[in-house]
Design a protein around this ligand. Sequence first.
Ligand code: NDP
Length: 492
Amino acid sequence: MKDYDIYIDGKWVKSASDRRFETRNPYNGEVLATFPQGTREDVQRAIDCAEKAFPAWRKTPAPKRGEILLRAAQIMRARKQELGEMVTKEMGKVIAEGKGDVQEAIDFLEYISGEGRRLLGETTPSELPNKFCMTVRQPIGVVGCITPWNFPTAIPIWKIGAALIAGNTIVFKPASLTPLCVAVLVEILEEAGLPPGVLNFVTGGGGTVGMEIVENPRVKAISFTGGVPAGREIYMTAAQHLKPVEVELGGKNPVIVMDDANLDLALEGVLFGAFGTAGQRCTATSRLILHENIYNAMMDRLIARTETFTVGNPLDPQISMGPVADQNQLESIMNYIQIGKQEANLVYGGQQLTGGEYDRGCFIQPTIFETSHGTRISKEEIFGPVLSVIKVGSYEEAIEVANDIEYGLSSAIYTRDVNLAFRAVDDLETGITYINAPTIGAEVHLPFGGVKNTGNGGREAGTTAIDEFTEIKTVFVDYSNRLQKAQIVDEL
Ligand code: NDP
């Protein structure tokens, strides 16, 4: 167990506060590390150093910046098993998913390091003779990144990698539930050759460390992933400073299964989407919309397979589902299960698991409700292993139910009808749609994000990853050697 400090200007230094907090394993309560409960003053020191480091980092050729990120990916690849176990211990997802979290971070670093040889702008003709027009991308300056706990290596790396390749310097605040994973990423980036001050890491509460990052005018842009309440507060606060903000927020993601679908395939996708990461993914399948013609057949399969689910130590590769992230998560999910018991029909699970090893951690059974559309459990994000199943009579009704929701992150439809599949791509109001695949499974070279209350329009990853971290400069080069006036020309 290690007592960490905060990381500023390339050194682990004491926080202004001597208050500390622990990060624990949700499986058994073991303390994994302790961190400072940072202060606004810590953030200000981090900003000082990030500002100081910015001019040299900005001038470092982008392919050289990419080399550092690629080295970090190589270090992570060599340490993947150990890092995957750390994710599993700190966050509770099963080991295959813990390693998957790390693999996603590696994939992104490899992908974005190549972006250092692109950072593409545009060239266009001019409306005037002997004049050349283009756009170039420039870094924004010091940027602030604030992340949640459910992907403790992948989400931080999505932000860090994109911000750094574009030439920004960073003040980073991790979720207080999973600071250890990010602290180790910081160590890896240092080992890969990141210069001092380019990435600064301050732990502590959202209302203090987080808010100082958002409010401080010297932080020029914010990248946030988390829940709607914090996202809304951050967006509104930053708006007062006219500061660009990208918020990636919650989801209530539907899978539609039509009556011509391959039910066995749909079943596997629904189970993985609903109960993978114990349902604590922004893209988790939380609504299953079943056509009435296959309703009973699908429900029988679903319940039979869920009965075989094992819940326990997430480091054991035989276990299907680990604990939820902490006591607060447990209470919040159990509260929704109570609500569900009053307004819907519980068909499987619904219990907190207790006794033996369960008494040391935070365990919930995978849970399935049959419900009508419109109940709270069918509309609010639960962020746990709770699936709401809704029966519909037609494709049109399925789309209406899927879309009648405040979120719009991911969606899926299982059908063998290619026409219907393409109609669904048009009709589903989400940033991501899967055909014959679950709602989870992002690939790093494609844009990721949602519509409606899931975000404010940005997309992380893919070719769009650098958009939130770059300003576009438009450049006109006039080589006519005379004054030419756009729009003020003789008619041809
Ligand atoms: P929170 O919104 O509670 O926290 C996210 C981060 O924001 C944490 O680092 C937290 O700090 C910090 N924070 C909280 N309040 C403030 C504030 N007022 N000002 C600045 N920072 C603040 O989310 P969770 O960590 O609980 O994550 C779960 C949520 O994240 C779910 O709603 C999920 O859907 C969403 N999510 C969205 C994704 C997407 O890409 N769309 C991906 C993954 C998750 P602290 O931990 O110290 O409280």
